[in-house]
Design a protein around this ligand. Structure first.
Ligand code: MLT
Length: 410
């Protein structure tokens, strides 16, 4: 008999978003005429920018001619894209990242889970609470945790609350930790980390030999010029951090798929015998063995996001979703709901009206207003009593959602 990975049996219910999908399907099956507006999963709705579409078409044409056809590409990504990323995302902001430290991939979700391949067992792992569920679930899958308690907290993980009480600023752990997951701008709370906060974390990691797994998938939404876009804007971060980035939310690539992970050459971990070993070659080895790269066509599309036209169109796209976030924020505040985030991020995080539980509010909102959001408790125990709305939708739907919200709560 084939033994399964028993760790999967420790996972709570379904992954959050499929679970929401299941509940919404049950509702729409029973109410086929309800015009449901989905502000749950953060999935983009607007078409790809024209400069990207043009580059995709051109790349398709290249694939149709013998002289320009491409087969397997480099597992790490094509040089043209890695170079464009290094220049536009990092060097232009004073962050020292070279093209060969960038590994192009098909998603930050995949990378943030796959990264555990190169870390051993027995690490002490810290996550914020609430948190993007992938960090927790992937640690459960590889056996880095114990069982979950009733609130969904897994034994063996260190949970750092980020709530209104601490202004959504995670306190440093009171003991050394080995791996730390940070996501800024934050999913789900839509809040940001100041330069000072990130500096404290980098200093902590340097002191304890920790590795920070920094998810910056939403950096394009930063509007406040004092907020770092990359952990590598912080001095010393090259010794202690890996950064995940994505074209999904920045350039509308959730269905197109292109992302990248930055692994600096200075970053090192410890072998079983206590020797320091560089992490960059390990990730390179992992990707070369288990991944065959992102398609040439898609990488050409991603590259076009750095052309002058691409940059301008992406700025418009980001502005569009940020305006949605503002409309949600202001519309909800008008009926007395306390809201956070949504200024430097495409997510609005709110206190459930009347102190309802997150899932009760989900059911009320779906049942009475035909609106879908994400229950805060789905992101962790400290998310109970909160609720997330995604600003990724058409203007028409966002305006209609605000009106329905106001009718329900006002
Ligand atoms: C979310 O809604 O949290 C994100 O869309 C999930 C993801 O990016 O995987």
């Amino acid at each position: 008999m084939a033994r399964i990975n028993d760790n999967y049996n420790k996972l709570k219910a379904g992954y959050l978003f499929p679970e929401i999908g299941r509940r919404v399907k049950a509702f729409t099956d029973a109410n086929p005429d309800a015009a449901v507006i989905r502000l749950g999963i953060g999935d983009v709705t607007e078409p790809l920018p024209a400069a990207i579409v043009e580059a995709l078409h051109a790349a398709v044409d290249e694939m149709s001619a013998r002289e320009t056809f491409r087969g397997y590409g480099p597992e790490q990504g094509y040089e043209f894209l890695r170079e464009a990323i290094a220049e536009n995302e990092f060097r232009s902001r004073g962050a020292d990242v070279s093209a060969d430290e960038i590994f192009v991939s098909d998603g930050s979700k995949c990378d943030s889970g796959n990264i555990l391949d190169i870390f051993g067992s027995g690490n002490t792992i810290a996550v914020t609470d609430p948190v993007y569920p992938v960090y927790v679930d992937t640690n459960v899958m590889v056996g880095n945790t114990g069982e979950a308690d009733d609130a969904g907290r897994y034994g063996g993980l260190i949970y750092i609350p980020v709530t209104a009480e601490n202004d959504f600023t995670p306190a440093l752990p009171d003991r050394p930790v080995d791996l730390i997951y940070l996501c800024y701008p934050n999913n789900p709370t839509g809040t940001v980390a100041s330069r000072d906060t990130l500096t404290e974390w980098v200093d902590f990691a340097r002191k304890h030999g920790s590795v920070i797994l920094f998810d910056a998938a939403y950096e394009a939404y930063i509007t406040d010029s004092s907020i770092p876009h990359s952990i590598f804007e912080i001095e010393g971060a090259r010794e202690v951090a890996i950064e995940f980035r994505s074209f999904s939310k920045k350039a509308g690539f959730t269905g197109t798929r292109c992302a990248y992970t930055v692994v600096p050459k200075e970053l090192a971990g410890t072998t079983a015998s206590g020797d320091r070993q560089a992490i960059h070659p390990l990730w390179n080895r992992r990707q070369s063995t288990k991944f065959n790269g992102v398609s040439y066509i898609i990488q050409r599309g991603a590259e076009a996001s750095y052309s002058d036209a691409g940059k301008a169109q992406i700025a418009d796209l980001v502005e569009f979703y940020l305006t949605n976030a503002r409309l949600l924020r202001e519309g909800l505040e008008k009926v007395g709901i306390t809201v956070y985030g949504g200024v430097n991020a495409p997510y609005v995080w709110l206190k459930t009206p009347g102190g309802a539980s997150s899932w009760d509010f989900f059911d009320t909102l779906l049942g009475k207003a035909h609106l879908v959001g994400t229950p805060g408790s789905g992101f962790g125990a400290a998310g109970e009593g909160y609720f997330r709305l995604s600003a990724f939708n058409s203007r028409e739907n966002v305006e209609e959602a605000v009106a329905r919200f106001q009718q329900l709560v006002g």
